[in-house]
Write a protein that binds this ligand. Structure first.
Ligand SMILES: Cc1cc2nc3c(=O)[nH]c(=O)nc-3n(C[C@H](O)[C@H](O)[C@H](O)COP(=O)(O)O)c2cc1C
Length: 317
């Protein structure tokens, strides 16, 4: 029988299929189902950097200190207009009443007790300021790893590409100083120099990179004139996609939409498909084929891609 076991950031996993961070990784019951369907690991629903900053500010105020203002780094990333922040502040104040940091830490502790696969906590952030200390609390609560969903959208016209890219390095550095558990960075493809930035990022001491986040892509409902659905972009939806990612060099894959659409048993379906494919191809372990079709093995990736493109387009009449 083929072994689906793999190693991601030093975590031994019995399958390369990870349940990605989403609203489906937010309760202990769901985590148990995810584990019993054979997931290799689970990434908990993210908390927001703003949540952490909000509670920190509140605590300082209660203790008689002066409540902090939104840090400059945070403001700079998002907007040139400080008044835009009232919306964020109001929203986060309401949200934080129902989702406290204490709840999140307790959730990590309970998750560790309830399931026997690695539990990866997640923070969604846009700057490195005032919240990174919380990574230590997450480690103390028992998380096996921490995924940083760094969500810098290039929407502030006053920012240069370099300034936007630097946020990733600042966050990685700040958090790495707080914890010894493995840290991964989840990114979108909004980089002006994607390849170089990701290579540089991989040299910062982070242990993993999650490629790619599903960017928030709101649609407009032309009947109600409101912003409505999220629009699907890319994703892992069948075992063939798992195989392709592993062949391209990934150590694991994360799934979210598939679980929303078709349920947790899709994890078992992906595992079964992968196992059957490995047996047909006579691969006993994932290491036998992982990265076989990676661009690393192509002498000149840019020329290779250009030729594929020319081959395809030259045939279209
Ligand atoms: C409803 C929903 C909620 C999500 N929430 C989070 C989140 O809290 N944190 C995060 O890092 N990613 C979140 N994601 C992104 C997923 O983890 C995943 O990266 C993305 O959906 C791409 O994979 P997919 O094609 O399998 O959906 C969410 C995705 C969906 C669909």
């Amino acid at each position: 029988m083929a072994s689906l076991s793999t190693n991601y950031m030093g975590l031994t996993m019995k399958s390369p299929v990870i349940a990605g961070s989403s609203g489906l990784t937010n309760t202990i019951e769901e985590l148990k189902e995810i584990a019993s369907n054979g997931a290799g690991a689970v990434v908990l629903k993210s908390i927001f950097e703003e949540q952490i900053r909000h509670e920190t500010d509140k605590l300082i105020k209660e203790q008689g200190g002066v409540m902090g203002t939104m840090q400059k780094g945070y403001q700079d990333t998002l907007s040139t207009r400080p008044y835009d922040f009232n919306d964020a502040l109001n929203y986060i104040s309401d949200y934080a009443k129902e989702h406290t940091l204490g709840d999140y830490l307790k959730f990590i502790e309970n998750a560790k007790k309830a399931i026997d696969i690695p539990v990866i906590a997640s923070i969604n952030c846009v700057s490195a300021y005032d919240w990174h200390y919380f990574a230590r609390r997450i480690e103390s609560a028992g998380a096996d790893a921490l995924e940083l969903n760094i969500y810098v959208l290039p929407s502030n016209p006053a920012r240069t590409p370099l300034e936007n890219d630097n946020v990733f390095f600042e966050v990685a550095d700040a958090v790495k100083q707080q914890v010894s558990i493995p840290v991964s960075v989840k990114v979108s493809y909004y980089f002006s120099g994607l390849t170089k930035t990701l290579i540089d990022l991989s040299n910062t001491g982070i242990k993993g990179m999650v490629l790619f986040n599903r960017p928030f892509q709101p649609d407009i409902n032309i009947d109600t004139l409101e912003i409505s659905d999220l629009v699907a972009s890319t994703g892992i939806h069948d075992y063939e996609a798992v195989v392709k990612q592993l062949l391209a060099g990934a150590t694991a894959v994360q799934v979210a939409s598939l679980l929303y659409k078709n349920g947790f048993n899709q994890i078992a379906r992906l595992n079964n498909g992968l196992e059957k494919w490995m047996e047909e191809k006579n691969f006993k372990t994932i290491t036998d084929f992982r990265g076989k079709l990676s661009q690393v093995n192509v002498e000149n990736p840019a020329v290779f891609e250009r030729v594929q493109f020319m081959k395809l387009y030259s045939k279209i009449v």
